[in-house]
Design a protein around this ligand. Structure first.
Ligand code: ADP
Ligand code: MG
Length: 319
């Protein structure tokens, strides 16, 4: 009997839960392939897997260049472009500072001397890529690349491409809340992707209708700890200070055709804040954003006027 309805598959990878949904007869096989590709990419990108390209690059920091796979070159290359466009606010060499903050177990702020010691390791221009030879090199010992702000987007694009090439007409890839959609829903209406309320668990603050789009959010509620005084310290760091970015935002959502752009850009815009964020955004066409500030005011770019729906519409402004 032919299978004509939905296939769903959930799995852990890249430190998060991923759910793949696809419609139609080809979905089952396509989703298996997409999942395999996702796991393969994690083996290349993770700095917690010792023989990944990124671990090898980080171990060779200050010593020698290493050969990297084409997909690692692609993602590092784009990371460098994003660093240039964001004037360093997106920083692929954030690794040692993330290690210092150690969000997995931390309950207090690291000593300022340690933060100062690590800051000079975070000049992204110390990552040298040779696209002709397929090699990468970090200039200084103890530097490390961290793809946490971009790899999931890249993986999402790959999954969508596989699903599309295998003839799945309608699919949804959800990587830890970052959603990419292929086509519309089978009934021809767009997917509805919820935007989480930054302070209320399991509540939405709005929703985006999205067909063939990625909707990616960076927020201060995704990974954080509270210190003894109840202050929140989150995982998106300002590369100039080494402390969590304080740009007056609680979350930024980016909507784009390309999930890698949306992923890296959501991180960059979160660090930048609304004003500088809008300048960065002007380098991209067809890319939109939703900013939620610390007073829970919602700002959307013009391109989203028709596709955004607020739960409390009165507080939404158009940028
Ligand atoms: P999440 O992955 O939690 O959904 P992001 O896409 O914003 O959210 O990525 C945050 C991750 O990006 C951090 O865990 C860290 O690995 C990395 N990161 C933190 N600050 C920066 C920065 N300024 N530039 C680039 N990457 C960053
Ligand atoms: Mg990101």
């Amino acid at each position: 009997m032919q299978k004509t309805d939905w296939t769903e598959e959930s799995f852990f990878g890249m430190n998060t839960l991923t759910v793949l949904n696809g419609f139609g007869v080809n979905a089952e096989l396509a989703i298996t392939k997409a999942k395999n590709e996702f796991m393969r990419l994690e083996q290349r990108f993770s700095r917690y897997i010792s023989d990944s390209d990124i671990s090898q690059l980080n171990r060779a920091a200050g010593k020698n260049s290493i050969k990297i796979s084409p997909e690692t070159m692609e993602v590092l290359n784009f990371a460098m472009i994003m660093s240039e466009i964001s004037q360093g606010l997106f920083n692929i060499l954030i690794g040692p500072m993330e290690d210092l903050w150690n969000y997995k177990i931390a309950s207090s702020v690291p000593p300022i001397d340690d933060i100062r010691r690590i800051l000079p390791l975070m000049d992204y221009r110390d990552l040298i890529l040779d696209t002709a030879k397929n090699t990468a090199f970090l200039r200084k010992p103890d530097q490390s690349a961290d793809l946490g702000g971009i790899a999931k987007g890249f993986a999402s694009d790959r999954c969508i491409r596989i699903l599309s090439e295998m003839g799945v007409p309608s699919a949804c890839v959800n990587i830890g809340g970052n959603v990419s959609t292929l086509g519309t829903k089978p009934d021809g209406t767009p997917w509805i992707v919820g935007i989480r309320h930054p302070r209320l668990d399991n509540e939405l603050i709005g929703a985006i209708s999205a067909a063939d789009r990625s909707v990616v959010t960076s927020g201060d509620y995704e990974r954080f700890f509270f210190d003894r005084n109840g202050v929140r310290w989150h995982h998106i760091l300002h590369p100039d200070t080494g402390y969590p970015a304080q740009s007056g935002l609680m979350s930024v959502t980016v909507v784009d055709h390309n999930a890698m752009i949306a992923d890296a850009l959501s991180t960059a815009l979160f660090v930048a804040g609304i004003d500088q964020g809008m300048e960065i955004l002007s380098n991209f066409t067809g890319t939109d954003a939703i900013f939620i500030d610390s007073r829970l005011q919602i700002f959307i770019t013009e391109g989203l006027v028709d596709s955004y729906r607020a739960v409390e519409s009165s507080r939404t402004s158009i940028l």
